[in-house]
Design a protein around this ligand. Structure first.
Ligand code: HEC
Length: 163
């Protein structure tokens, strides 16, 4: 038993040398969601506190990111989050994509699916109140309406009916 524990300890120690790459990729600040869409100060703070760590190139890693295997698990969420919806690349994407992501975000925020529970355990500032969820949802649905093909765009909705 002692040998086995010693083995585990050694394996854990060696694993510390195997870490994922946690450097933030470069970004063009001009394409950033907040820079392009100018949300209110409240919504800006909520986006930064509850979404940007996984959905942007401005991830702030906690100290425990230095621990293997926590870091791999965390980096996996960041990679997946960026792949699904990278808020740092908002301005570089087509209106159709933007509208789709804004619509999905309304859903995710209302249904309490985002931010992920595993994130709010360690980030109390990301535990959103109903009012904060409402503020984020109205911000994202405002984006949907303002984009071509959105609720208030008649040409866009006609186009939608045609298909
Ligand atoms: C801990 C990391 C993390 C945080 C924080 C986070 N997300 Fe996500 N998000 C993910 C991951 C991982 C996925 C892809 C897998 C999934 O859908 O669960 C995702 C998927 C999404 C999607 C696509 C959903 C779909 O239908 O495929 C949207 C939209 C989204 N997130 C919006 C947000 C918004 C808005 C916030 C802030 C309120 C947020 N997320 C916070 C990790 C995160």
């Amino acid at each position: 038993m002692r040998r086995f524990l010693l083995f585990l300890l050694l394996a854990f120690a060696i694993a510390q040398f195997v870490r994922p790459d946690t450097t933030n990729p470069t970004r063009d600040p001009a394409n950033d969601l907040i820079a392009v869409t100018h949300p209110s100060a409240e919504v800006t703070a909520l986006l930064r506190a509850a979404c940007y760590d996984c959905h942007s190139h401005e991830t702030r890693y906690p100290w425990y990111v230095s621990i293997t295997p926590v870091n791999w698990w965390m980096q996996h969420h960041v990679d997946e989050g960026r792949e699904e919806f990278n808020m740092s690349e908002w301005g570089a994407r087509k209106a159709k994509w933007q509208r789709h992501k804004a619509e999905e975000s309304v859903e995710m925020v209302k249904k309490r699916e985002m931010p992920l529970d595993s994130y709010t355990w360690g980030h109390p500032e990301a535990r959103l109140t109903d009012a904060q969820r409402q503020a984020l949802a109205s911000y994202f649905s405002g984006l949907v309406s303002a984009l071509p093909g959105g609720k208030d765009d008649r040409a866009g909705s006609r186009e939608h009916e045609d298909h």
